[in-house]
Design a protein around this ligand. Structure first.
Ligand SMILES: Nc1ncnc2c1ncn2[C@@H]1O[C@H](COP(=O)(O)OP(=O)(O)OP(=O)(O)O)[C@@H](O)[C@H]1O
Ligand SMILES: [Mg+2]
Length: 269
């Protein structure tokens, strides 16, 4: 497969609806605008919407791969700026928990996939379901999206706790979304960092923050991608800084290629 220096990053959260999909879509646009080859796996297998955000309607999705009807290269769709997307299926209850056979099939399919990429973003579902834990621990590193609400912080802590305690994950980056100020964002991170340090003996990383911006909804309705529609907004500037930091500072020194992902995934399945 011969990929060098590719990155595999899971974007996850404890609580749902905190902005993961919006972050993934805009990070993907940012990297693509830097001429990086971007791959998105929509791993929110129960309720997916990365394709909706980009205004594309894929004919086939992971469900067809998992049921053996399609190969992974048949389901890949190309979004804006050449972003490659593995679409999930929406509202298929039986996929919210993949069984062993389905995971093996997915891994075998990924093993056959040989398109080169620079960064592979996995939009996981929320919470601590087996699927979420599976994708987070198979990735090189996990970005945990959190909002300033106490419930979101508590749920982010729960996710970090399970991933560190049960899966040996040590590398976490925190992205604070919908912050009303830089101070509020950092305070949010600090609350999480303090409990992670005290109770899990983990040092977590501050990746940065994205401000609350009422136009995020407009961009979603327009299916355009926020940073493309509002390139001069604070949101877009913060997103570029987050994207750059994530790209330039890998938390793991291991090679992030699909083989690595597969090996790790096979160990944890
Ligand atoms: N920075 C922001 N400013 C304003 N609104 C935002 C921001 N980020 C996300 N939102 C809004 O929050 C809602 C949830 O966003 P999104 O779908 O990306 O969350 P999610 O974490 O992927 O949700 P789920 O857990 O259901 O997959 C959307 O309606 C979006 O418009
Ligand atoms: Mg989502």
């Amino acid at each position: 497969m011969g990929m060098t220096d590719s990155r595999i990053v899971a974007v996850s959260s404890g609580k749902g609806g905190v902005g993961k999909t919006n972050c993934v879509a805009n990070l993907a646009l940012f990297y693509a605008s830097l001429n990086k080859k971007v791959l998105i796996l929509d791993a929110d297998l129960g309720l997916s919407n990365i394709d909706v955000l980009f205004g594309i309607a894929p004919k086939y999705n992971l469900k067809h791969v998992l049921f053996g009807e399609k190969r992974i290269r048949d389901i890949i769709v190309t979004g804006p700026l050449g972003i490659m997307i593995f679409p999930a299926s929406s509202g298929v209850r039986e996929l919210t928990e993949l069984n062993e056979r389905q995971r093996l099939r997915l891994l075998a399919e990924l093993d056959n996939f040989d398109l080169p990429f620079d960064i592979f973003l996995i939009d996981t579902g929320a919470g601590i379901s087996d699927n979420v834990l599976f994708f987070c621990s198979a990735a090189q590193e996990t970005v945990v999206v959190v909002t300033p609400e106490p419930t979101s912080i508590a749920d982010a802590y729960a996710l970090v706790k399970v991933l560190s305690r049960d899966f040996g994950e040590k590398h976490f980056r925190i992205l604070v979304n919908t912050a009303r100020s830089e101070k509020e964002a950092f305070d949010t991170f600090r609350k999480l960092a303090i409990v992670a340090d005290k109770f899990l003996n983990l040092s977590i990383d501050y990746l940065g923050y994205l401000p609350y911006d009422q136009h995020v909804k407009d961009a979603i309705i327009a299916q355009k991608g926020f940073i493309a529609m509002y390139p001069n907004s604070t949101f877009s500037k913060r997103l570029a800084s987050v994207g750059k930091k994530l790209l330039d500072n890998p938390l793991n020194d291991v090679k992030g290629n699909i083989q690595f992902f597969l090996k790790k995934a096979l160990k944890i399945r």
